[in-house]
Design a protein around this ligand. Structure first.
Ligand SMILES: [Zn+2]
Length: 195
């Protein structure tokens, strides 16, 4: 038993050393995308939002989190953006930015997976969708590849297919809206009494 454990840990050490000696191996796999410049983003009080890259996390896809940092400044943490394409990076940036634009960050956080929480997520997806549509050349194709990557990542993470499906249909419906992201944001702020 002991012998096997030893062998096992020895193999792990060898593997780690090999991957350190040949970092170029990594460029053939998923973990090699360039990290895009962050979008323009300020919150509902006009404060600029800071974007911070965090590379050393164990997740398999890019992910984001909107918050305030220790100094109280609005921030978007960009986890492992090098693991996903430019399209998905942009979508996540704009989604997290939207949580700042709509004032979510300074409101009490609704319980996880509650109706109110899901509503906030749908609103952020919608704003990200409208911004990609209107602010980027080739917006439609950026969105298309972001959606398909998002779908794969959510399936890999074990989200139920119904929630993946409803997220994607919400994004598709938003793409067809007649209003701009700014008009949509103003509507949300007005509803919340924040403007
Ligand atoms: Zn969100």
């Amino acid at each position: 038993m002991k012998m096997i454990d030893l062998m096992h840990s020895k193999n792990i050490i060898v593997f780690v050393l090999l991957s350190l000696s040949f970092p170029s191996w990594a460029s053939n796999d998923k973990s090699s995308f360039e990290i895009t410049d962050p979008p323009n983003c300020s919150n509902n009080n006009g404060e600029s939002v800071i974007f911070t890259n965090i590379r050393n996390s164990n997740i398999s896809s890019a992910a984001g989190m909107a918050s305030r940092d220790n100094d109280g400044l609005p921030v978007v943490y960009r986890f492992s953006y090098h693991k996903s394409s430019e399209s998905l990076q942009r979508f996540i940036d704009l989604h997290e930015c939207a949580h700042h634009q709509t004032g979510d960050i300074d409101l009490p956080h609704p319980p996880r997976n509650s109706q109110a929480h899901m509503m906030n997520e749908s609103i952020s997806d919608c704003i990200a969708t409208l911004r990609i549509r209107d602010e980027y050349e080739e917006g439609q194709s950026i969105l298309k590849s972001a959606i398909s990557e998002l779908e794969t990542a959510m399936n890999e993470m074990g989200f139920p297919s119904t929630s993946v499906g409803s997220r994607i249909s919400n994004i598709s419906n938003c793409f067809e809206k007649k209003e701009t992201a700014q008009e949509f944001i103003e509507g949300v702020l007005e509803f919340r009494g924040l403007n």
